[in-house]
Ligand binder design. Structure first.
Ligand code: HT7
Ligand code: ZN
Length: 873
């Protein structure tokens, strides 16, 4: 397969100033006429991308071309043209119902009741018509849709409505004009029977906008929370960044059949129903938060992505990292900022750190790719957001806003690069940010080792920092990066000490940020009264792995007293990890175990601490994070040790206290969505987990009652999980009840599959195989595939990593079948093999055999071949 390199970028040879698209829509057959108004930019033939299209006719300036007038093959249509401006018209035929890859134009749902829709990012537009399908070709779109009125009463495309009417034979048409030039990946259309909810909105600059959310009739009532979230997002972007919406209408559509989370098509966002629907009976608290975040994310793309887009796909993080950062800031403003930071860093560590430590590691701006769909990764998104956060921190709130204003102003209506972003932020503030470019080009998580020395006589504290980034695929030598380290010093009684940094400039404060940009740096603090405990990398000020040799009591001091909510949690995580290591090595009553359980037992009794933070503090790192700490992984051992860690904590707090707290929370549980009620549910769940660690039968009794009385899905699912994890057979009745109760709710059924897919142990594979035979399981629906196969492979370490390799072989078979239907989803699921090299030897050998066999096949898609080829290396 061919590899595309960033250094080979060339500006487009032809621009499409305006495109007129005409769709004659049908489920089995859709015809598309595209009229491209072209302008030459370089002396080259016109090359249009097109894949899987039945070409019916081509003309240039009205002259029909014969087959000898063009070259068709290898995904392109090439026409030699000798004028500088011309109109090329193509007519093609598509077969939407046969499109199981869900890229281009496809059918969502059944032939009888489903609807047609498109997905074009990254390179789906070439599956709809011949076009220079690259993000730096920006055009104005006029789109006309024609279809049978009875079968397709609703016709939507991006842009403003520009007329509609009747046609002969029960057909109708609708036209849309988008005045904003856009790249082809932002094109969208939707056609079918859909219901809607609507709301009027007026932007800060006075534009009335009609907001419409569309979904199939049975789920439209579950879209109100999304509408509220949309309105909050629009206001927030006006207030925070001065960005207003720019069309007269904004449509959002829900589909159950979608490869990713959602898509920011101009004026017509399309959502995986999982991130749009939320209702009291079937939505969990987490899902409500995700809906709010994803609605905001897609809306924010209207500026960071659509008005200012990417020059090429190497720049993907320009829009994704920035938009994730904007989305995270919004969620922090709407909810609790420290809890949001904890959630985001936990995700980074769970998803991005492992990615960056294995064969799929790549820079936030990759230098090459063979299949761009495989670069919608945690690195591009989550690490990309961390890079923007560092820049924002460097510039401060006002400086960052000045920089963003300049970025939007300079690049509006254009396709930009990471360099354009850094130069706008820097120039608006007279600061050279080019050193940060190195972060975009270098893969791997930097290790930051810190050590401190206190000289009591001199009242001096010396902090040494050293950075090192491990070698990774294609990058043996790593450079030093600018790493901002926000820090504070604590006395052991919890006091924050004033920081008098030698040679420092700013006023004396109790918190400051140093930026280490060399391999090593030393910082000296004077007038330090007592031996301090340093709180480093506060708020997770850079995406690095911090290594500091804390004594358990020092971490306990931070866990008790740090006012930075993130670092307080972090101290608890570090301490739990030390306790974990000791338990693994058979040291039951080690200093770390005692310090961790003791500090948490004290916090447990502290009324002042809020329920949600307490719930987070009482959660030790998960199996996946713990796996990362081991040189050679044995999932069974990790699970067993983590269980004893929970048991140690539960016994230290005491079963009766846990039960009491559980009951007082349970007594005031409602289904309400306010922060306090959510926090109470979360803490209650923690209580149940801890009780289960010391008294399974008590936990089961409580869980069964909770399942039966649950006012909403959060409580119900938590209870079901406890019941099923403690005794799968004993949970059979509840599992069956859940299946029955939510038989008509696809998203709830996904949860039913997901809970069971994650149940640990030797019989996990057999269970998953039985679930595959459930009447509602299908490889054609990405959500269902992810709920059962994806979660089993990624989130069930003991089940998937069976020592006999049976689950690896089973997954390989499924991947081959899935690849024939939907290569993007197959490739995503295949990333579960990412960490095989660091398994213990028996499992490693079993995984290697399977990966090598798969990677050697020549009949797989480019998507899957790319992942397997890199994983197998
Ligand atoms: N920008 C969107 C990316 C996306 C996508 C990419 C590849 C294949 C299918 C896809 N659907 C959506 C999502 C986002 O807002 O980040
Ligand atoms: Zn995005």
């Amino acid at each position: 397969t061919s590899v595309i390199h960033l250094v080979d970028y060339r500006a487009p040879a032809w621009h499409v100033e305006h495109v007129e698209l005409d769709f004659d829509l049908g489920i089995d057959r859709t015809d598309v006429v595209a009229k491209l108004d072209l302008r030459r930019m370089a002396n080259e033939p016109l090359r249009l991308n097109g894949e899987g299209l039945e070409l019916l006719s081509v003309s240039v300036d009205g002259r029909q071309l014969g087959p000898n007038d063009y070259i068709l093959g290898n995904g392109t249509l090439e026409i030699a043209i000798d004028v500088d401006r011309c109109v090329v018209e193509t007519r093609v035929g598509l077969r939407p119902a046969e499109n199981t890859a869900l890229e281009g134009l496809y059918l969502s749902g059944s032939r009888d009741t489903g609807f047609l829709l498109t997905q074009c990012e990254a390179e789906g537009f070439r599956h709809i018509t011949f076009f220079p399908d690259r993000p730096d070709v920006l055009s104005k779109y006029t789109v006309t849709l024609r279809a049978d009125r009875e079968r397709f009463p609703v016709l939507l495309a991006g842009g403003n409505p520009d007329g509609e009417g009747e046609l002969e034979g029960g057909r109708h048409w609708a036209r849309f004009v988008d005045p904003h030039p856009k790249p082809s990946y932002l094109f969208a259309l939707v056609a079918g029977r859909l219901a809607r909810i609507s709301q009027d909105y007026t932007t800060a600059d006075g534009r009335p906008v009609a907001l419409h959310i569309w979904a199939e009739a049975d789920v439209i009532d579950r879209c109100h929370y999304a509408m509220d979230s949309l309105v909050r997002s629009m206001r927030w972007d006006e207030e925070t960044y001065g960005r207003n919406y720019d069309l007269d209408v904004f449509h959002v559509v829900a589909t159950h059949d979608f490869n990713m989370g959602a898509m920011e098509n101009k004026g017509l966002n399309i959502f995986n129903a999982k991130y749009l629907l939320a209702d009291a009976d079937s939505g969990t608290d987490d899902e409500y938060r995700h809906v709010e975040a994803v609605v905001a994310h897609e809306y924010f793309h209207n500026w960071s992505g659509n008005r200012v887009t990417c020059r090429d796909w190497f720049q993907l993080s320009l829009k994704e990292g920035l938009t994730v950062f904007r989305e995270q800031s919004f969620s922090a403003d709407m909810n609790s900022a420290p809890l949001k930071r904890i959630e985001d860093v936990a995700l980074l560590r769970r998803a991005q750190f492992p990615e960056d430590a294995g064969p799929l590691s790549h820079p936030v701006r990759p230098a090459e790719y063979s299949e761009i769909n495989n670069f919608y990764t945690a690195t591009v998104y989550e690490k990309g957001s961390e890079l923007v956060r560092m820049l924002a921190g460097r510039l401060g709130k006002d400086g960052f806003r000045r920089g963003m204003d300049l970025y939007f102003e300079r690049n509006d209506g254009d396709a930009a690069t990471i360099e354009d972003f850094l130069s706008a932020l820097g120039e608006a503030n007279d600061i050279d940010l080019t050193p940060y470019l190195a972060w975009y080009g270098q893969a791997g998580t930097p290790r930051l080792s810190a050590s401190g020395q206190y000289d009591a006589d001199a009242r001096r504290y010396t902090l040494k920092l050293r950075q090192r980034t491990p070698a990774g695929p294609g990058q043996a030598e790593k450079r030093s990066l600018p790493i901002p380290v926000k820090l504070a010093l604590f006395a052991t009684d919890g006091r924050m000490l004033p920081l008098k940094l030698r040679d420092g400039t700013g006023p004396v404060d109790t918190e400051l940020t140093v930026v280490i940009d060399q391999a090593e740096a030393t910082y000296v603090f004077d007038d330090v009264d007592v031996a301090p405990v340093p709180s480093l990398l506060r708020g997770f000020s850079a995406p690095v792995i911090l290594e500091f040799d804390y004594a358990p009591d020092e971490l306990a001091v931070l866990l008790q007293h740090d006012v930075d909510g993130f670092n307080r949690w972090e101290a608890g995580q570090q301490l739990a990890a030390l306790a974990y290591d000791d338990l693994r090595d058979g040291k039951q009553d080690s200093a770390a175990v005692t310090a961790w359980t003791g500090a948490l037992a004290t916090l447990f009794g502290n009324e002042a601490i809020d329920d949600a933070l307490l719930a987070e503090l009482l959660t030790p790192p998960g199996e996946i994070e713990l796996v990362e700490r081991q040189a050679e992984r044995d999932p069974d051992r990790i699970r067993a040790t983590r269980k004893s860690l929970l048991a140690a904590l539960a016994s230290r707090i005491g079963a009766s206290k846990l039960r009491q707290r559980y009951q007082s929370l349970h007594a005031r549980t409602t289904g309400a969505l306010d922060a306090q009620s959510q926090a109470a549910r979360q803490l209650k769940r923690r209580m149940l987990d801890l009780i289960a660690a010391v008294d399974e039968s008590d936990a089961r009794t409580l869980a069964l009652a909770q399942y039966n009385e649950a006012p909403g899905m959060t409580d119900r699912l938590a209870a079901l999980t406890i019941l099923a994890t403690t005794s799968t057979d004993g949970a059979a009745a509840s599992i069956a009840h859940f299946r029955e109760r939510y038989a008509d709710n696809a998203l709830a059924l996904d949860k039913w599959f997901a809970v069971q897919a994650q149940l640990p142990g030797d019989d996990a594979l057999a269970r998953v195989q039985a679930l595959e035979r459930d009447a509602t399981f299908t490889l054609r629906n990405p959500n269902r595939v992810q709920a059962l196969i994806g979660l089993f492979a990624r989130a069930n370490p003991t089940g998937f990593h069976r020592a006999d390799g049976a689950a690896y072989r089973w997954l390989a078979e499924r991947l081959v079948t899935l690849d024939g239907l939907n290569p993007q989803v197959a490739a995503r699921v295949a990333t579960a093999f990412n960490g095989w090299k660091r398994l213990e030897p028996v499992r490693r050998e079993a995984a290697h055999a399977v990966v090598a066999e798969l990677a050697g096949r020549s009949d797989l898609s480019r998507d899957l071949t790319d992942i397997l080829g890199r994983v197998a290396l």
